[in-house]
Design a protein around this ligand. Structure first.
Ligand SMILES: Cc1cc2nc3c(=O)[nH]c(=O)nc-3n(C[C@H](O)[C@H](O)[C@H](O)COP(=O)(O)OP(=O)(O)OC[C@H]3O[C@@H](n4cnc5c(N)ncnc54)[C@H](O)[C@@H]3O)c2cc1C
Length: 390
């Protein structure tokens, strides 16, 4: 076993090597400084987008590289595994999926090539609202058609990377809840051009949070968007959002796997080098066993991540595997984070070791983009056939 990178590196070694080389230009000090400043890793994001890595899932016909989910997931995994945080950029990889799957040919031709070459950033997707929470069909933001425009009113919360994006996918209600047969109907998806919208019906208020994650409250006050920015059929937006979740969840799982290996690597290194009571702390079973256990959990979660990728790339149903991969990976990375912090004793709390930063970052993924309980509810109902609980 390679002590520096204690995992199988079998999948997509070329991509791994290239991402590692890119990330080597952005060492720990870079991400530490950005975190302390509550800044945005502009240079890092420019380098990734400039090299085309975030266009991985855009088909070649629209200017991307059109690789499968497995290969794309390795890109995000390696960013986190090298000490960075793909949370600053992952939206650019998967938010375009709704447009790709459900947009018209004209919309795809209009937007995707510019997204692929990085001219346009589609880093944001606005679903969550303060009063609806996980109960998405209860969102109150409305889009009402007036001639060749939709007029949007309402509020969103926790909408990420809006300040570093040109375009945003928006979910809004186009038919009142009282007028639809099923609560999942009457919701629609739009592309919002943030460059034209902010200050003209859209107000953005940043939320300071546990992680250095650029996320915001959005207020819509008669925001006008061209009717041609509706994606797919009016009223089918909830289904379109669900269609994108398997890719998103599997990609986030890969990021957690990357975090997990990073924590294991740091814990092993420190346990081998820190001398207390005249011996490396790693010689104590009380120190080494928790690291070994955390490593086992990461490896197991990684298998489910690759299973979800295989099914997705074979265009087979993968809802259960994508959800299970996300859950297992988020849990395993958090356990690895905890073990890594404990192994470092007091030094784990010092910013210069980067552990407290990564510890905060990886914690997010048990809440967003989907909380653990919602995954349990999915498995209980759709896999095990238990009664719907909400
Ligand atoms: C940093 C950050 C970035 C984010 N970025 C985005 C973004 O870009 N776009 C976006 O749309 N959203 C984003 N989100 C929102 C995120 O997706 C939501 O926070 C998440 O879906 C949960 O919604 P909520 O916070 O309203 O929790 P709630 O729905 O209020 O739930 C609170 C808790 O109760 C539990 N719970 C609720 N109902 C049940 C039930 N019936 N059974 C069991 N447990 C239940 C939940 O699992 C959760 O643990 C982000 C959030 C954060 C923190």
């Amino acid at each position: 076993m390679n002590a520096e990178r204690p995992s199988r590196d079998d999948a997509h070694p070329d991509i791994r090597d290239a991402i590692r080389a890119l990330c080597a230009q952005f060492p720990d000090e870079y991400f530490r400084r950005i975190d302390a400043e509550r800044g945005y890793p502009e240079a890092f994001v420019d380098a990734l987008i400039g090299a085309g890595w975030l266009a991985a899932m855009i088909p070649e016909a629209y200017g991307g590289t059109g690789v499968g989910l497995g290969a794309a997931s390795v890109i995000l995994e390696e960013i986190n595994r090298c000490g960075g945080n793909a949370g600053a950029v992952h939206g650019q990889m998967y938010n375009m999926g709704t447009l790709l799957r459900h947009g018209s040919e004209a919309q795809k031709r209009a937007w995707l090539p510019s997204i692929a070459d990085g001219t346009l950033r589609i880093q944001s997707m606005a679903v969550t609202e303060p009063t609806a929470g996980s109960d998405t069909t209860k969102i109150r933001t409305t889009a009402v058609k007036h001639g060749d425009r939709y007029v949007v009113n309402g509020q969103k919360v926790w909408i990420s990377r809006v300040q570093h994006s040109d375009l945003m996918i928006l979910l809004a209600r186009t038919t009142p809840l009282a007028d639809v047969k099923r609560r999942s109907e009457g919701l629609s998806i739009f592309i919002v051009d943030l460059r034209e919208s902010i200050g003209h019906g859209l107000t953005v208020r940043p939320i300071r949070n546990l992680v250095n994650h650029e996320t915001n409250e959005l207020f819509f006050d008669n925001l006008q968007i061209p009717a041609e920015n509706l994606i797919g059929e009016e009223g089918q937006g909830f289904r379109y959002i669900l269609d994108g979740l398997n890719a998103e969840r599997t990609l986030i799982a890969a990021e957690c796997i990357g975090d997990g290996y990073w924590f294991i690597d740091r814990a092993v290194r420190y346990a081998n080098s820190r001398i207390v009571f005249d011996r490396p702390i790693g010689r104590n079973q009380g120190v080494q066993f928790p690291i070994a256990e955390a490593y086992i959990e990461i490896e197991a979660a990684n298998l489910m991540r690759y299973r979800a990728c295989e099914l997705f790339d074979a265009q087979k149903p993968c809802g259960a595997e994508a959800n299970m991969a996300k859950h297992l990976a988020a849990k395993a990375s958090w356990e690895a984070a905890n073990v890594c912090l404990q192994t470092h004793g007091g030094f784990g709390f010092a910013s210069e070791y980067d552990i407290e930063r990564k510890f905060r970052e990886t914690r997010l993924y048990q809440v967003a983009p989907v909380p653990t309980n919602m995954i349990f509810a999915y498995i209980a109902e759709h896999v095990l056939g238990l009664p719907r609980s909400f």
